[in-house]
Design a protein around this ligand. Sequence first.
Ligand SMILES: *[C@@H]1O[C@H](CO)[C@@H](O)[C@H](O)[C@H]1NC(C)=O
Ligand SMILES: *[C@@H]1O[C@H](CO)[C@@H](O)[C@H](O)[C@H]1NC(C)=O
Ligand SMILES: *[C@@H]1O[C@H](CO)[C@@H](O)[C@H](O)[C@H]1NC(C)=O
Length: 265
Amino acid sequence: MIMKILTALVFFILATLVAATKSSDGAKSISHQIHLLRPQTGSGGRHIPGVSCLSWRLGVETRNIIDWTTVPAACEGYVGHYMLGHQYRKDSKAVTYEAYLYAKSLNLTEDDKNLWIFDIDETSLSNLPYYVHHGFGVEVYNSTTFDAWVLEGTAPALPESLKLYKKLSTLGVKVAFITGRGESQRSVTETNLKKVGYHTWEKLVLKDSSYSGKTAVVYKSTERKKLEEKGYRIIGNIGDQWSDLLGTNVGNRTFKMPDPMYYIS
Ligand SMILES: *[C@@H]1O[C@H](CO)[C@@H](O)[C@H](O)[C@H]1NC(C)=O
Ligand SMILES: *[C@@H]1O[C@H](CO)[C@@H](O)[C@H](O)[C@H]1NC(C)=O
Ligand SMILES: *[C@@H]1O[C@H](CO)[C@@H](O)[C@H](O)[C@H]1NC(C)=O
C-alpha cells in the first residue's frame, strides 16, 4: 500500500515537472518571436535612429548601391561614429583575420612568386585624420585639400592590415601595393608606408598619367595582369573599394575592407 502511494507520488511529481518544462518552453518560443521583431523598433515601439543609415552602409559594402558621390548628409553622424568607434575596427579585423586563415591554409610552393595585392588608401593606410575634418564623406571630394593631406605623409597604418601584412611575410608571401595615388606621390607614399611599419615590398604600383580617364578597374586589372605575366601568382587581394577587387586577374581570393566614406569606380 505504501509502495503504491509512493509510486503515485513520484509519478505526480514527474508529471508536474514535465508540464512545467513544457509551459516554459512554450513561453520561450513566444518571447523569441517577439525578440525577432525588435530590431525594427526599440522597446515599446520607440524608433531607433540610424537604422536607415545602417541599411545604406550594408548596400554600399555589398555593392548593391554603386556610383554614389557622397555619403547622405543625414548619415554623417552615423558614419562618423562607425569610423571612430569600435565597429570599423572590428569589421576590419573580421576581414583580415579571414584573409590570414586562408593564406595559412594554403600549401604554398616554396619560391618567391606568391603575391598578395594590397590597396593603399583606407586599406594599408588610413585617411581618417583627414576625413574627420571633411564630414566623413559627406563633403564632395576635393583633390586640392586631399592631395595636400597626402603630401604631409602622416597617414597612420590601418592596424589590422599591418598585422596581416606582417603575418603574410612570415608565411613567405610577397606583397605588392597597387594604388590610385599618382606617380608624383611616389616618394611621399614610400616614406609614409615605411614610417608606419610597411618596411618592404615587391612592387609599389602608382597610377601613371597614361591611365588618366581610365577607371580604377581598368588600371588595376592591367597592372595585375603585368605582374602575372612576370610569373607572380596572385593568391590574395585586399582593398576597400570594389574596383580593387573586380575586373581581371583579381587573384585566387579577394577581401573587401569596410569603407562607407567614398566610392571609386
Ligand atoms: C595542405 O597539406 C596538408 C598536408 O599535406 C593537407 O592535409 C591539406 O589538405 C592541404 N591543403 C590544401 C588547401 O591543399
Ligand atoms: C577645394 O578646397 C579648396 C581649399 O579649401 C577651395 O579653395 C576649393 O574651392 C575647393 N574646391 C572645390 C571644388 O570645392
Ligand atoms: C589559383 O587559381 C589558379 C587559376 O585558377 C589555380 O591554378 C591555382 O591552383 C589557384 N591557387 C590556389 C593557391 O588556390
